[in-house]
Design a protein. Sequence first.
Length: 343
Amino acid sequence: MGFAWGFLGRDIAVDLGTANTLVYVRKKGIVLDEPSVVAINLHTDRIVAVGTAAKGMIGRTPPHIVTLRPLKDGVIADLDAAERMLRHFIQLAHKNRYLAKPRVVVAVPSGTTSVEQRAVKEAAYEAGARRVHIIEEPMAAAIGAGLNVGDATGNMVVDIGGGTTEVAIVSLGGVVVAKSVRVGGDELDEAIVNYVKKEHSLLLGERTAEQIKITLGTVRPGDDHKMLPIRGRDLVTGLPKTATISREEVRDAIEDQVQTIIDAVQSTLDQCPAELAGDLLDNGIVLTGGGALLDGLAERLGQAIGMPIHLVDQPLQSVALGAGRCVERFEDMQDVFLPETRR
């Protein structure tokens, strides 16, 4: 019997994120986690690199090679590049063409338009999918965090990704209230670049800014003397220059963005139906996404809204694991997919 099953296609789930794309294969788990970056040769219109290799080229390419991030602020900014990237990743995960075509579940941000959803579906079909289902990221994150989304109790998820922060209250397999703000890891990097430009007259690359955020990023006071040497281009002389930045400076640089995330959570709570508000006090708020790893953010959020905050074990993988769970239990999970958009 095992022999016959070997020829069946393995279903796939994709978390199409602004910063990273993750691919989950049924019965195998997450098989691919790569940056959402594509490098294209303009002379030949061919893809030079995708994922980690392409990210390493950012800011270092000759004029005829461009590095693109197909998703910006949680929405697809470059449809053609997004399709090519998605096709590349799905084909990597589904190597054997002789197998039956897989069913594919794609997680997209909650603000995605029907046009963008259709583009994602087309890309997945182009990559060889048999059926394509779309699930909203906050719902996938809730499932990935182990919440029982089918119950009649309210659960709240705050998913801080690369391009957006998605705040959603879910109940009975659907999103009751959702808010998506275009503040995520990328915005924090940008804030650091702007701060260093203003305070140190130094121009940083986006990869350097990301490294500063990971090393020094915090929202809690204390240990302010921790310093990091940074390299960039001096805006006055135009020459390469090294400076140092402190933990305190990084905290000041990202303060506005952190406050925007807290405001988004508060305004979503304001719209929460009274019946579900009580559930949220009991259940607390689930914090997920790469931005959830920012030092001290969970405590700061908890203090601001006076509710327990639960940081999930694998915040970067919650959406992919949730979409993957839908793939493992396809028949039981039909309710959480977005309805088919009519052409």
